[in-house]
Design a protein around this ligand. Sequence first.
Ligand code: XMP
Length: 515
Amino acid sequence: MSTVREKVLVVDFGGQYTHLIARRCRELGVYSEIVDHSRLREVPLAEYSALILSGGPRSVYEPSAPQLDPSVIGAGIPVLGICYGHQLIAKALGGEVMRSERREYGRTRVIVEDEESVLFADLPRQQVVWMSHGDVVVRPPEGFRVVARSEYGLIAAMESKELPVFTVQFHPEVRHTEHGTKVLENFLRRGAGLRERWNPLDRVAEVIEEVRRSVPEGAGVLLGVSGGVDSITTAVVLHRAVGDRLHVVFVDHGLMREGEAEEVLEVLRSMGLKNVHFVDARSRFMNALRGLRDPEEKRKAIGALFVEVFKDVASRIGRIEYLAQGTIYPDRVESGATGTATSVIKSHHNVGGLPRELGLGLIEPLKDLYKDEVRQVARALGVPESVVRRHPFPGPGLAVRVMGEVTEEKLEVCRRASAIVEEELTRAGLYDQVWQAFAAVGDDRWVGVKGDEREEGRIVIVRVVTSEDGMTADWMRLDHDLLDRISRRITNEVPGVAMVCYAVSSKPPSTIEPC
Ligand code: XMP
């Protein structure tokens, strides 16, 4: 049982910023969870101290658009409606929503009209917000007052005179909204009256206790580590909970970044973990991948072989009853564990399959945390800074950065070129500012000239993206001289490369990894 008493429930209506809302709440010290709107009825609302209704792509008056039971608002729980949520509340309580003649999109000025406003307390009368909507509330429900309008005279925010219900047409969760964080804070602290200060380290202390209580004396826990901050932090947390009953399996599938396998082993040892089982399965994975070109088939082959390798190791260790995984909160939501709206894109993040295969109980100590929270925890537990700062890396490793068949030659190009990208970004002081930075390679070729020789070589695609959580991403506007250095180094230092391209598509529509 969690000792967090004040929790905010973010109801997901399919908006692209739902995770941002939940994360901002946590940054403000309030624990938050996300639920898909279709499951709202199953949720014990009394456990939550506040509700936030997210944005969404639909129009509230479309027949099949998600609706809101007015009793949710009347339940006495403080509510903030954002964008679609604002319109839903208006409609559910008898106000009027219409398609707007003027679409407001992007940075928009709003003017606060009500000095008593809770949401805008201590904020300037005029401010810039981020709008993204085609519909507007044209008549507020009874008992609501308009507290802010956009520069075009449209309703930008409303507050109820009697209920703790607040609504905004704009997105306070995005950075483009000048005082967005303060608007959210005003809702949480003043509107909803929340007092607790949540910290991810408190959650970890609870998790350690929970694991101690639930894993019986003598039972072993098996954990696969990939080298990323999630799995290493999971190892350290579990080691505190069950000591040397933790068995860590590190499979070198040959799809790691340069120098990574050695570094991971060193880190695990330096953290005092005794039972580290290193499996060199490089040739088994290469064999399993031979001839496979389809991304999903490659992922499946890697996943299946992992299970096999794990089974082998587990059967040799003896009394293993639990399997631990470094799952974090966005993995679960993307895998459809909390809802329908966001589950489609990421069915390949196979977080759940392993324990059932192995007939073991599942422990996921970090499953409620976001990446930046995991990093915070990792630092506090003494995980080396190089691991804490390291960019996320996909489970199937370089197999999703080598397009088409995975061969030793393409892997080597990908590994060397990626190392150069990382080195140059670090040198430019940009490594920590980006979400991921790597090189990908496929089978397309380009003609190169070196001296008098013309020779076909591979095309390397450099991808550097900024992102808050990997679910949306933007390509990094890198300085041209830096791009030039990266390109020259790759063509000079990596044999067989004749062209370097820079990937300039954001997500959506493109994914971060090429396959
Ligand atoms: P995409 O490419 O879907 O990736 O935009 C979003 C984030 O997820 C990571 N990723 C994966 N992680 N197994 C993983 O564990 C996978 O199959 C996988 N595919 C993508 C990717 O690195 C990025 O951070």
